[in-house]
Design a protein around this ligand. Structure first.
Ligand SMILES: Cc1ncc(COP(=O)(O)O)c(C=O)c1O
Length: 453
């Protein structure tokens, strides 16, 4: 119990004055819990209830809550110099050190970082970088960007234009001209109804056809998330797909942008997800876990070759006041150093092996159709029929039901309809993983009973 907090008054003020994410009418009728504290993989509300957060505060708290190293780094930097804008004649230590650290941990010749404040801004910067890169080299016709259906790349108008989710796009259309959608790689729900064992990478062939149809010399970039995010439950691409995309880009002089906002920084058992297939993009987009949940920060990391094109043409025509904010960089640097020092990338790989085994036990429930993921990114897709993969009836709200039962049991679980997604902090122990799977198991069991399946 928190005696100093007038919870009722706070909720009333929130209902009247706070425009939360989404802000749907019906959600204002819900009584929210007031979170007051976080420690490790748990958060605590004003009633003293503890929640195991299986989604790491929207995929951000990779090292968990309450790390004193981060608090101290922020404090030290705030006392010395909180902020001075970059881009003129001045640089600041944490900003430079963080850029250097990124050059060390990112693959290939990714080496020069433009800092921003969140994921949407990072996508936005990458799109503009790609366009200006070609413009600077005299290829002014290259303006189009190809993106995959069902992938999310951000809320701002440019990032939204390359986001493949109709519900997010429709109220804001028309969006950026030259944004062209291509087929996703969702093997469990393949758009062409194929199976990965026999499809011969039909999704890659389809992408090649779109590139030809649109005319390669009009295309600035292809943007993709190497493993798409929680919206589609982390569908791991078939081997050869990302390598094929890289070859296609190289063949036609198209820049490849990887959005690793969800899947970077150890999530897949490598520092960066693309390393699982040894494919290096021209621009790597980062945010979320980059700041460990302590600060908002994002980045577009470019290869030396891409960055060099800007040095000779008067720089990137793109400015953010808070680009490279010293306090944000100090926090993010400490977050990355903790991941390094505590071998959390390796830990994520090990936890992935353990989680696969434990989560696959859930196939004992008839409504569990697919368990997929790697490292610390996992999804359980519930279906009406495992053979046909038919969806459960939306009226049953099975996913929401499971999520509510988990919350009753002290666990925060994200569901997108009947897709249950987990992305716990990299510091999760096997015992905590057992706790997570145990609560999920019981919640699915209750859903089967409730839905009379
Ligand atoms: C893959 C991906 N790209 C971009 C974004 C946008 O990031 P932000 O919400 O920080 O603007 C998100 C956010 O969920 C994301 O998951």
């Amino acid at each position: 119990m928190n005696n100093n907090l007038d919870v009722e008054c706070l909720i009333e003020s929130a209902n009247q004055h706070l425009w939360q994410n989404y802000f749907a009418e019906k959600e204002t009728q819900k009584r929210p819990s007031v979170l007051i504290r976080g420690e490790g993989i748990y958060v605590y509300d004003s009633e003293g209830k503890r929640y195991l957060d299986t989604f790491a505060a929207l995929l951000t708290t990779l090292c968990g809550h309450g790390r004193p190293e981060v608090t101290e780094a922020v404090h030290r930097q705030m006392e010395k110099l909180a902020f001075f804008p970059g881009g003129y004649d001045f640089i600041m230590e944490p900003t430079v050190k963080l850029a250097k650290k990124l050059a060390e941990i990112t693959p290939g010749n990714l080496s020069v970082t433009f800092f921003v404040n969140d994921g949407s801004e990072a996508t936005e910067a990458a799109l503009k970088m790609a366009r200006q890169y070609h413009w600077a080299r005299g290829e002014k016709s290259r303006h189009k960007v190809l993106f995959r259906r069902y992938s999310y790349h951000g809320a701002t108008l440019g990032a939204l234009s390359v986001t493949g989710l109709a519900g997010f796009r429709e109220p804001f259309e028309p969006l950026m001209p030259g944004s062209v959608s291509v087929m996703p790689t969702r093997c469990y729900r393949c758009e062409m109804g194929m199976r990965p064992e026999t499809c011969d990478l039909a999704c890659l062939r389809s992408l090649e056809a779109v590139v030809q149809w649109e005319s390669p010399s009009s295309i600035a970039a292809i943007i993709m998330d190497p493993i798409p995010g929680s919206n589609t439950g982390f569908p791991v691409p078939p081997d050869g797909y990302l390598q094929g995309v890289r070859e296609l880009c190289d063949k036609h002089g198209i820049l490849l942008i990887f959005d690793e906002i969800q899947v970077g920084f150890g999530r897949t058992g490598k520092w960066f997800c693309c390393e699982n297939w040894e494919v290096v993009p021209d621009i790597l987009v980062l945010a979320k876990g980059f700041g460990g949940g302590y600060v908002p920060i994002g980045a577009a990391v470019a290869t030396t070759e891409v960055a060099e094109a800007f040095r000779v043409t008067g720089g990137f025509r793109h400015v953010h006041t808070f680009s490279g904010h010293a306090v944000a960089c100090a926090a993010a640097l400490t977050n990355v150093e903790i991941i390094e020092k505590e071998n959390l990338v390796q830990r994520s790989a090990e936890l992935g092996i353990y989680l696969r085994r434990r989560l696959e036990e859930l196939y004992k429930h008839p409504i569990v159709g697919d368990v997929r993921g790697m490292g610390t990114l996992w999804a359980v897709e519930m279906v009406a029929n495992r053979e046909t993969r038919e969806h459960l009836s939306p009226e049953g709200r099975a996913g929401a039901y499971v999520s509510e039962r988990c919350r009753d049991a002290g666990m925060i679980l994200r569901n997108n309809a009947d897709l249950l997604v987990m992305a716990p902090p990299l510091i999760m122990t096997n015992e905590q993983a057992d706790g997570m799977v145990g609560i999920l198991d019981e919640a699915i069991r209750q859903a089967v009973e409730y839905l009379e399946l």
